[in-house]
Ligand binder design. Structure first.
Ligand SMILES: Cc1ncc(COP(=O)(O)O)c(C=O)c1O
Length: 393
């Protein structure tokens, strides 16, 4: 009866089952996977969402890409990051996930392919599948720092490829796309008529000083079609408000053709609410105080993690330049799945296994840097003790 866009089996994995059991038993645990900023103890001014109640929101003025005022506010936010994009080239969406869906519909027919980095954001599997698009992976390599294996990008391209996806900084590796990597990706895209989709939702969050400023500048491209994705969810810690955006760059003729088609797509759904468009400028401006708290927290936890791990030679913290996550490499004495289930059941700490993010081999653990500092230090202490004393398990 059902399409293959959703998986045939919806059976939860072992970690989810173990987590349900721990919750059902009322056993406390430290959640080092917490990615929801609104549950991480940040100080949100109680009236931060007051602008959503603007009386102009009582009148519905549908517009496919969103109101020009809201699109100007997003353009001003890019300008804050030193990027120049015309408001006319900004398309509002409810989220980055919706933006991916729109771009897949714009670029790909059923069975077409997009290239995705590995390791990376687990939602790509679902997002592509829902639009009947296939993924082909290219590799990110670690050698003290992350870089894109360009030969693997070349190998992944086929006659059905339509786009190359990059996440900068990437979730969970924290790697920004470097300018030389961007030049090479842009050349591949231009050569093969592919679009470059750049997810920059974490671009504000610096873990290695200076990393965002020296990253590749997606929206400066004039040689190939580029879409940069962003949203309030990460930039000001307001995922529940549901406002994201696509900014387009590239050769004028192609950008205009892409926008003409995107307009038709957006006009079909008209999904972004009027109140959030009216509030966009104020949310972007006042949300800076949330962003600065998040930025301080993730940087402090990243430093703390390195200090704590220094005394545990069995655990190596991979270099991370930006974003909200850290990756720990640990010995493969158990499978990753056994390890994360044991950490939860025996040590009361929840972390994600690397295989959720498609790491090509074991063993890696992924932790969120959003967690309150004291809980983070306690949770990391538990993880480190566990991997340091296998005999004690
Ligand atoms: C790389 C990446 N892109 C996009 C998102 C989701 O953003 P949104 O809430 O705007 O859909 C996430 C959420 O974790 C993410 O990690």
């Amino acid at each position: 009866m059902f399409s293959n866009r959703t998986p045939s089996s919806l059976t939860p994995n072992r970690l989810t089952l173990a987590l349900e059991a721990v919750r059902a038993a009322g056993r406390p645990f430290i959640d080092l996977t917490e990615s929801n900023p609104t549950r991480a103890g940040f100080d949100y001014p109680p009236d931060l969402l007051a602008s959503l109640g603007h009386p102009r929101g009582l009148t519905y003025t549908p517009s496919p890409f969103g109101t020009i005022e809201a699109r100007r506010a997003v353009a001003a936010d890019y300008a804050r990051r030193g990027l120049d994009v015309a408001p006319e080239r900004i398309v509002l969406t409810t989220s980055t996930s919706e933006a991916y869906g729109l771009l897949f519909k714009l670029l790909a027919d059923p069975g077409d392919e997009v290239l995705v980095p590995r390791p990376s954001y687990p939602l790509f599997d679902h997002l592509t599948r829902l639009d009947v698009v296939s993924t082909r992976s290219y590799e990110l390599e670690y050698h003290g720092a992350w870089s894109i294996d360009m030969a693997s990008v070349e190998r992944a391209v086929t006659g059905r490829s339509r786009a190359v996806l990059v996440v900068s900084p990437n979730n969970p590796t924290g790697s920004f796309v470097r300018p030389d990597e961007l030049d090479r990706l842009a050349a591949i895209c231009q050569d093969r008529d592919l679009a470059l989709i750049a997810d920059e939702v974490f671009a504000d969050y610096e873990l290695t000083p200076g990393a965002p400023a020296s990253a590749g500048r997606m929206l400066d491209r004039r040689d190939t079609l580029v879409f940069s994705l962003g949203g309030l969810s990460k930039s000001v810690g307001l995922p529940q408000v549901k406002l994201g955006w696509i900014a387009a760059a590239g050769p004028d003729r192609i950008v205009e053709a892409a926008l003409d088609r995107l307009e038709l797509l957006c006009d079909t759904y008209l999904s972004v609410s009027t109140p959030v468009q009216l509030a966009a400028a104020e949310l972007l401006a006042r949300g800076a105080m949330v962003r600065s708290q998040v930025a301080r927290r993730v940087a402090a936890n990243s430093r703390r993690l390195r200090e704590q791990a220094r005394s545990v030679p069995a655990c190596h913290v991979l270099t991370s330049e930006g974003g909200w996550y850290a990756v720990l490499q640990v010995p493969s004495l158990d499978s990753e799945e056994d390890l994360v289930v044991n950490l939860l059941q025996a040590n009361g700490v929840l972390v994600h296994p690397g295989y959720f993010f498609d790491f090509p081999r074991e063993s890696y653990l992924i932790v969120s840097l959003l967690v309150r500092e004291d809980l983070f230090a306690d949770g990391i202490g538990r993880v480190l003790r566990h991997v340091d004393c296998p005999a004690a398990r």
